[in-house]
Design a protein around this ligand. Structure first.
Ligand code: ADP
Length: 496
């Protein structure tokens, strides 16, 4: 379907230096694609193209921009299976998950296409007669997107589609672990008729991203990825006066109370903890369970963990793919050492899956005996590892849930409506689920978290436009006369 190259000013090109790097399949070690390793000069060319394209794109009526996004949605539907397969090959998650990843972008393309006929501002009454006031959303210019490998189509779509519908031009720097699928995604925008330069793709690693953050003409950076990198980018961008949207880690929990439906809970915990091999920012990595039902729930979880089938995600019967790369495998393995040193008991898994030595497979792992405050209970492991913390009351459960440096997603299983509403009120994460796992975001609602998960911005939904627009307040005085009344002068001077 596509060449896996940079896409700059409407052309598919190599890096100016001619350098390349290989993207590899984490399940097999095979090379998926050899792609450009771009440098500062490629970022400069992409920003220049975006800057030039902005003049016409911002003046293109938003409903026309929306029509292009509708075509993007239709084309994504047409190419969904090809893109999903490429994604599974490149980053390892199983086909039903990669299809879901593309579906998220389809939903977002329809939603943001519809924004072409909304992009709502507002009017409000004004002080003086014969004057009209309104607040409208305005585009900003060139925006830079830096994204991770775990949702290589969905996460860029949360950024790209609102940025484009608002009239901005984009330079997109995807993860070095998923360059090919990023190119396949961008190809769809080309096929949909997006004008040259409006969306540009520059493949590369951290230094390429740094060149984008540093570029003086890039006014906004939207980042999803690890906390270390996010904070580095935030610091640099802030020193350059840029607006930043950050989405970083999570240490998400499911609370299971003594009145919960344990079959539903066990199913949700298994998929939230081990889906995408635990490599979702919303993955469940803590189970906070009431002591009265803990043994019964654990029995179900151990059974489920032991029957999950690991393998190449292209095979339909496989339940869990590999970790994304050697670094991820080493990190998860090192946390098992930490857990053992902290006194955890391994109820299932606990080590690499040796039957598939060519891939980065780690067994679904359950850790019991975890106390609130232990490192494995506090730090993001980003792998298929679930820490089990026992509690004796709802208040205790909510306290343990809230007491982490992150604040993305939480869930509670209970049949008690009072407990459910108390949890909705008192849980302090950005997303709360009742009787549902911690994963699964619909694009019409805000997505993001509190505390160390982000910087207060949200993606998706109406508020997703806030990252990529500025407000312009407009006053129209149609009186045609000097407004000399005392009150007018006071107001005008007072308002600065
Ligand atoms: P991971 O999610 O793989 O742990 P990162 O959070 O470092 O890794 O990566 C997320 C994205 O940030 C990737 O596209 C990566 O290339 C990019 N990136 C890494 N370091 C930097 C940096 N210093 N400046 C800008 N972008 C970076």
């Amino acid at each position: 379907m596509t060449e896996f190259l940079n896409y700059i000013n409407g052309a598919w090109v190599q890096a100016k230096s001619g350098k390349t790097f290989a993207s590899k399949n984490p399940a097999t070690g095979e090379i998926v694609a050899e792609v450009p390793l771009s440098g500062r000069e490629d970022i400069e060319a992409a920003v220049e193209a975006a800057k030039n394209a902005y003049k016409a794109w911002r003046l293109t009526p938003a409903p026309r921009r929306g029509e292009i996004l509708f075509r993007v949605a239709e084309l994504l539907k047409e190419h969904k299976e090809d893109i999903a397969r490429l994604m599974t090959q490149e980053m390892g998650k199983i086909l039903i998950e990669t299809r879901g990843d593309v579906q998220e972008a389809i939903d977002m393309a329809y939603y943001m296409g519809g924004e072409g006929r909304r992009l709502l501002g507002y009017t409000a009454p004004v002080e003086m007669p014969n004057k009209f006031g309104m607040a409208i959303r305005d585009s900003v210019g060139v925006v830079g997107l830096i994204t991770p490998w775990n949702f290589p189509v969905a996460v860029p779509s949360w950024k790209m589609l609102p940025a484009l519908i608002a009239g901005n031009c984009v330079v997109f720097k995807p993860s070095e672990d998923t360059p090919a699928v990023a190119a396949a995604f961008v190809k769809v925008f080309e096929l949909a008729g997006l004008p040259a330069g409006v969306l540009n793709l520059v493949l590369g690693a951290g230094e390429t991203g740094d060149a984008l953050v540093s570029h003086p003409h890039v006014r906004i950076i939207s980042f999803t990825g690890s906390t270390d990198t996010g904070l580095k980018i935030y610091t640099k961008a802030a020193s350059l006066g840029k607006k930043v949207t950050l989405e970083m880690g999570g240490k998400n929990a499911i609370i299971v109370m003594d009145d919960a439906n344990l079959d539903l809970a066990a199913d949700a915990i298994t998929w939230s903890a081990f889906g995408t091999t635990g490599q979702r920012c919303t993955a469940t990595s803590r189970l906070i369970v009431h002591k009265a039902i803990k043994p019964r729930l654990i029995e179900r979880l151990v059974e489920k963990a032991k029957t999950l089938r690991l393998g190449n995600g292209l095979e339909e019967q496989v339940n869990m793919g590999p970790l994304v790369n050697q670094k991820a495998l080493d990190k998860v393995a090192s946390y098992l050492q930490v857990a053992r040193a902290e006194g955890a008991q391994v109820l299932a898994g606990g080590s690499r899956y040796d039957e598939l030595p060519n891939g980065y497979f780690f067994q679904p792992t359950l850790l019991d005996g975890i106390k609130a405050g232990m490192r494995v209970e506090q730090e993001e492991i980003f792998g298929p590892v679930l820490s089990i913390v026992e509690i004796g009351s709802l208040d205790e459960a909510i306290e343990v849930n809230n007491n982490t440096a992150y604040g993305l997603s939480s869930s509670i299983f209970t049949e008690n409506v009072n407990a459910a509403f108390q949890a909705i009120r008192d849980i302090t994460t950005g997303i709360v689920y009742i009787n549902h796992g911690t994963t699964g975001a619909e694009i019409q609602f805000p997505f993001g978290g509190t505390r160390g998960t982000g910087n207060g911005m949200r993606e998706a939904g109406q508020v997703g436009l806030d990252s990529f627009t500025e407000w312009k307040s407009v006053y129209v005085d149609f009186s045609g006369r000097l407004q000399r009344a005392q009150i007018d002068t006071e107001r005008i001077l007072g308002e600065g």
